[in-house]
Design a protein around this ligand. Structure first.
Ligand SMILES: Nc1ncnc2c1ncn2[C@@H]1O[C@H](COP(=O)(O)OP(=O)(O)OP(=O)(O)O)[C@@H](O)[C@H]1O
Ligand SMILES: [Mg+2]
Length: 331
């Protein structure tokens, strides 16, 4: 089937532009690299491939291979004192639940006995201070050089929101971002930390690439919703980390399905299993699904992540399972 699909695509595009053809449960995802976007050709490929027996859905994704900025050996990695392993929680797209996932995974890892730090690197929308209740609080420095990490229910935390002025335009924040992130990471007294979870800025721009190269990352977790658009961005996210040799620990499907708070019935609002399919196609682990549930949002807003607020809920169980998988793959 894959050869057949490749032959069809090759009639419209240069074979060297075909990056990947993935087939999973009747779903076909064709990834083209550095190809000129062409709506007519896309339609034609979708129609021809879609007519093949057993194919239920076809998506054509255009990706651009940026030459990975090469890390010169003399460029040093950022030294984050006391921190053993760093996990990035990233998404190609904003608003998919990266911060909610970061916070809950941090507490889930802590429940599994790890000493955990949560670093908020999201210069565009630092939300960890609100979620952990240190919004608007300046970090303490005893020596005028280093900051004390905030501590909340057993985990250490620090946010770029404490250094970067959110009232400034995005471009300004972006240009200052890497320096500010490095400073905050290296100048914070974290204590002894087994795992640091980093809530990354959404997207795959220069800041994200620099962070992925400069931080000694043990791996990245990609958060996506099941919608096609989010999944396409998730693919871009996976590819970015692969290009800078950061292992992909897996994909989490957030807002996987809706649970009615009244009757408990379930609805697949954004479709279902999209992230699972994408993970299979990309050959990266699928870590689990988190439903869209009002308690997840309400507890996050109230300053206590659901993993702490409702320890026996199925949602906490879902986060705990993902955290256990992460620990396993970090070994
Ligand atoms: N599984 C879920 N169930 C219910 N609400 C959720 C869930 N995940 C996230 N939310 C809510 O959706 C909104 C966006 O989530 P969040 O802030 O975690 O996304 P994000 O990817 O970090 O966004 P941004 O790109 O703006 O940083 C928040 O109000 C959050 O409470
Ligand atoms: Mg966020």
């Amino acid at each position: 089937m894959e050869t057949q699909i490749r032959d069809i695509v090759a009639r419209y595009f240069n074979p060297s532009e075909i990056e990947n053809v993935g087939v999973f449960n009747g779903r076909v995802i064709i990834t083209l690299q550095n190809a000129a976007e062409d709506a007519a050709k896309t339609k034609a490929v979708e129609a021809e491939v879609g007519a093949l027996e057993g194919v239920s859905k076809v998506s054509v994704i255009y990706t651009v291979a940026k030459a990975a900025p090469t890390l010169r050996p003399e460029i040093e990695k950022w030294q984050v004192r006391g921190v053993k392993k760093i996990i990035a929680v990233a998404s190609g797209k904003g608003g998919v639940g990266k911060s909610t996932t970061s916070v809950n995974l941090a507490f889930a890892l802590s429940k599994l006995g790890q000493k955990v730090a949560l670093f908020d690197a999201d210069i565009y929308g630092p939300s960890i201070p609100t979620m952990l209740g240190f919004e608007g609080v300046a970090p303490i420095s005893y020596d005028g050089k280093t900051f004390e990490a905030f501590e909340f229910k057993g985990i250490k935390s620090m946010s770029i929101g404490t250094l970067v002025d959110r009232s400034q335009p995005l471009i300004w924040r972006g240009s200052k971002a890497c320096g500010a992130i490095e400073q905050l990471l290296t100048d914070t007294n974290w204590g002894e930390i087994d795992v640091m979870v980093v809530d990354m800025p959404p997207g795959t721009g220069d800041i994200q690439i620099t962070m992925s190269q400069r931080l000694n990352m043990a791996g990245a977790v990609i958060v996506s919703t099941p919608q096609d658009n989010a999944l396409i961005d998730a693919v871009t996210g996976v590819n970015m980390f692969k290009r800078v040799d950061v292992p992909i620990l897996g994909i989490v499907e957030n807002m996987s399905y809706y649970v009615c708070p009244h009757c408990g019935s379930r609805a697949d609002i954004f479709g279902h299993e999209g992230a699972q399919t994408t993970a299979a196609e990309l050959g990266v682990p699928f870590l689990g699904e988190i439903p869209l549930h009002i308690d997840i949002r309400a507890n996050a807003d109230a300053g206590t992540p659901i993993v702490l607020a409702e320890p026996d809920s199925p949602y906490t169980k879902a986060y705990m399972e993902i955290a256990a998988k992460l620990l396993d793959s970090l070994k």
